[in-house]
Design a protein around this ligand. Sequence first.
Ligand SMILES: O=C(O)CCC(=O)C(=O)O
Length: 306
Amino acid sequence: MISELKWRYLDNLGPVLAHRRDRQPLAGEAARVVAELNRNGIAMTSVAALLRDPSCFSSLETAVAELERLAADEIAAARQAANRADGWKTYLLEFLGKHPVLDPQSVYARFALQTEILRIANGYFGMRTRLRTYNVWRNFATKMAPRNSQLWHRDPEDRYVLKGFVYLDDVGRGCGPITYAAGSHPKGGLKRAPAFTKTAGDKAKRSDDAQMAAVVPPERWIEGTGPKGTMVFADTRGYHKGGQATERDRLLYMCMFTSRASRYPEGFQRPADFTVPAGINREQISALSAEGRELRGLGKPNGGGV
Ligand SMILES: O=C(O)CCC(=O)C(=O)O
């Protein structure tokens, strides 16, 4: 409890006050998503239900199709390597590289900074959040036993870590949907941690299904299956696993938000001459701020688009 108070009111006081000063009440689908996140740590919605303007999703689909066309050889090679057990997440290809260059004009940044998404992130945290990374993932279908992030784990980057996943193709059970132990997020008050196995070279504690089931029964596991356009928001400080595609690849866009106080380096490469684009609002400026400092810029009143 003390660390929650310290995190919120010492380490993040500025973002908390800015959020309280400027926030507009959440309504409709965004309000439902935040309520469900608060309750379970995961919430599902869709582009059609959440976004006022679906055009950014169409632009995302177009951009990803072009990436796939340009990287066809790399994808084929990565698919060949996906069954190798001797590497880190060989089942996953990150289209924008491990550390994408932060480009606020790109569709990948614009998607994450859409008003509805940022309001969900800020509403869940109760403060202005920072966008820490984005990427496009292709999880290759393999026949191997679960490993790395396919086993239950919690993400380390902050006290709350909000990831948004947007499905660029249908995700059924055989595509390795994210699976979440409802109520295991920091707001859920789970009392017991599961037993785990440590693997050489991996800092995370990872649990198999039996170990997880001893703490959160499988009836409380939420599987993020859904058609193209499904959006999943999850506080990945709660226990989750995913990406173990067995029948068909999974293709999705992901973005991640933390508080300003996260001690982890951001996932981006931030260009030395990075500047805030004109015409964005204050929540978006905060989300694009670098570690340890706020970007300067008056910004438009919240609610403007990117
Ligand atoms: O691939 C998934 O569904 C889960 C991803 C994951 O474990 C993570 O982002 O921490």
